[in-house]
Design a protein around this ligand. Sequence first.
Ligand SMILES: Cc1cc2nc3c(=O)[nH]c(=O)nc-3n(C[C@H](O)[C@H](O)[C@H](O)COP(=O)(O)OP(=O)(O)OC[C@H]3O[C@@H](n4cnc5c(N)ncnc54)[C@H](O)[C@@H]3O)c2cc1C
Length: 465
Amino acid sequence: MAQYNPVTEAVLAALKAAVGAEFVKNDPETLTKYQTDEETDPRLFHKPEVVVLPGNTGEVAKVMKIANQFNVPVTPRSAGTSVSDGAIPVYGGIVLLMERMHKILEINEAGMYMVVEAGALTKEIQEAAKAKNLLYAGDPCSADSCMIGGNIATNAGGNRAVRYGTTRDQIYAVEVVTPTGDIVNLGARLKKKSTGYCLEQLIMGSEGTLGIITKATLKLLPLPPYRLDLLAIFTDLHKAVTLVPNLIKAGLNPTSVEFMDNKFVRSSSDYCETKLPHYEDGCYLIVTIETFNEDELDTKMEQLDEICESSGAVDVLEADDRVWNLRRNCLESTRSISLIGSSDDLVVPVDQIANCITHLMDVSKDFKFTLFCLAHAGDGNLHFQLLKGDMTDQEWEDQVNGFHAIAYPYVYSLGGRLSGEHAIGAKKLVAMEKVTDPVELNMMRAIKRALDPKNILNPGKIFNV
Ligand SMILES: Cc1cc2nc3c(=O)[nH]c(=O)nc-3n(C[C@H](O)[C@H](O)[C@H](O)COP(=O)(O)OP(=O)(O)OC[C@H]3O[C@@H](n4cnc5c(N)ncnc54)[C@H](O)[C@@H]3O)c2cc1C
């Protein structure tokens, strides 16, 4: 168990001197606000002792030096949309909030890159790129509210990852404050690089345990001018998910391949007050194709239409924004059914996605919770939402643990992993320690100890040191 000191008057005074008194908050309302992220189970909340809002990289570095000096833990936080309890300050201490560092510093059209502060909103980055007829390809479904620093720290995925990869594929370089308070620039605006360890990639996806990202240089791409979204509806779930690897093999290079089971179709349709065909019995597969040439788009759409129909789709429609709205609101929609739920994010090889979804949905029938399933199907990444409903807390915990005890080893047996995009956070720490090769886990621990000898930065996440 990590041992830390409390945030004393001396710590508060040092923090106020570092960032300005108005940006150091420890009133009860603020502390309550930052005791959780998207977590809804109060048993998992932890209050910070102080919330600090630095205004620049130098101030972040000062906060880390103070934290080391006084042995106080620090939890970096961007928008707090983590669904893996990543932004919860498990050991109290300081929550370091990035929201003041939100500027887009440079958009370079000729060089096709953008430099941003880590607290810039993902949506604003996407819009700024689009205004220059360029594409920032990172696109988590939470883009309206999350920040780029949080995306980099979790290696966020989303709807376009099947074509463009996850956040780590969109980044040239990062400016980082180390756990001991040094400032370093990692990576470079280069197409290729074989110059020592690839430390920028180590920081990406490290969930704020190895450094605080303060700036990033993002890759921009040409924006494809032609786009069509298609909704393929299936009444047989297995047929819907079996189609996915065929679609990838056909060389259509889709931008998105999103799957919603019928429970999500119904909950999100009710929530959005939008009813599309087969509301009662349909699973939806949303496929987006983008091209630089109109004829290519027509050819690919014909091909896609044929594949969907020959795979057993009962309806194939051109999808408008109502369909994407249903997809975006899936998670929100289940909250009106049960406030307490457990979202799971698992990833398997794309050719195993059909087996995995159908098998685990069958397994879930032996449990009392309600299971909803959606997937970024084109990259093998599935999300289960388990809803508590009418159960005692103990029963709920036993049910969820019982399901995970079957699901996680099964996913590993298929060559999968515990998280495709939401990361491990505090939520899957115990599972991570159970399923990870001990040698791999010890390599991770050795890196953490070397960079953060006092275990100051985001303790209680990914694994125990
Ligand atoms: C409705 C909804 C839809 C979602 N859809 C997707 C999706 O499609 N794809 C996906 O990948 N995720 C999705 N998520 C999860 C979440 O939005 C992502 O994990 C996102 O990247 C978190 O960003 P944030 O700004 O909210 O970070 P936070 O929640 O504040 O932090 C996330 C983690 O990163 C660390 N961190 C934050 N900022 C920094 C920093 N500057 N330096 C170092 N560490 C930092 C935190 O300590 C924490 O561990 C969704 C969440 C919701 C609620």
